[in-house]
Each structure stands twice: as structure tokens, then as C-alpha cells.
Design a protein around this ligand. Structure first.
Ligand code: HEM
Length: 117
């Protein structure tokens, strides 16, 4: 069970890497677009995160305030991705505040995951 949990955590991290990596590629290339890969990363991180939110394969208590906060941040990122891609379809570009918030909130969720105990 513990090994399975570690595998789900690994999948969760792949989702995070895909979301943040896809965002970083756009930022570095100064394209500031929302891409499909960001949605896939969010979906993978979200599904694996929900699986990890249940207390299985561990001998310690989970911090549900922390997990709830991460869920809220994930929902906010999802909303921004949705609004951003709608704007992109209509105007051809994503408002900078939306684009930068996606990256900052993704980094924030990783920071919450590793710093908040
Ligand atoms: C963009 C969204 C997210 C990012 C970037 C992210 C990032 C991370 C990272 C880097 C870790 C590893 C930290 C560690 O093990 O010390 C982690 C673990 C974890 N995440 Fe997330 N996460 C996200 C969304 C979520 C969501 C939505 C949930 C649940 C509702 C969640 C639940 C968990 C749990 C429970 C762990 C700990 C696993 C364990 O200790 O067994 N995550 N997350």
C-alpha cells in the first residue's frame, strides 16, 4: 500500500511538472498563451492529489487544512485556465494578470506542499 501511495505521489508530481513546465515554456518564449498541456497537467495533479487526500498507505495524520487550501488553489488555477483560453479564442491573447497568476499559483501550491507541515 505504501509503495502504491508513492507511485500515486510520483504521478501527482508528474502532473505538477507538466503544468508548471508548460507554463514556463510559454513564459520564457514570451508567448503568454494557455496551452492544452497545462490542462492535462492540472487534471493529472488534481486526480492524483484527490487520491492522496484519502488516508491510505500512511501511519501519520494528514493535514486537511493544508489539503483543502491546495484544493482551493487548484480550483482557482482551473478557473484561470478556463477564462484564459476563452479570452485567447476571442482576442488571440491572454490578459497578462491571468497568465502570470497561473504560474504563481502553481508554484504556490508546490510551496504549500513542501513547506507547510
Ligand atoms: C497545481 C496543483 C498542485 C501542485 C503543484 C501540488 C504539488 C505537490 C507536491 C510538490 C507534493 C510533494 C510534497 C511532499 O510530498 O512533501 C505534493 C504532495 C501532496 N499533494 Fe499536491 N499539489 C497540487 C494539488 C493537490 C490537490 C488538489 C490535492 C488534494 C486535494 C493535493 C494533495 C496532496 C497530498 C495529500 C500530498 C502529500 C502526499 C503524502 O504525504 O502522502 N495536491 N503536492
Amino acid at each position: 500500500m505504501e509503495t502504491l501511495r508513492h507511485i500515486v505521489l510520483f504521478v501527482h508530481l508528474i502532473g505538477f511538472a507538466v503544468l508548471f513546465g508548460a507554463w514556463a515554456v510559454e513564459a520564457v518564449n514570451r508567448r503568454y498563451q494557455v496551452t492544452r498541456l497545462m490542462n492535462y497537467g492540472l487534471l493529472v495533479a488534481g486526480v492524483a492529489g484527490l487520491a492522496l487526500a484519502a488516508p491510505w498507505g500512511i501511519e501519520y495524520d494528514l493535514n486537511y487544512v493544508k489539503i483543502g487550501t491546495k484544493l482551493l488553489v487548484l480550483i482557482a488555477i482551473g478557473a484561470l485556465l478556463g477564462i484564459g483560453s476563452a479570452r485567447q479564442r476571442r482576442n488571440g491573447s491572454v490578459p497578462p494578470a491571468i497568465f502570470w497568476s497561473i504560474g504563481v499559483l502553481t508554484a504556490l501550491n508546490a510551496a504549500i506542499a513542501v513547506i507547510w507541515r
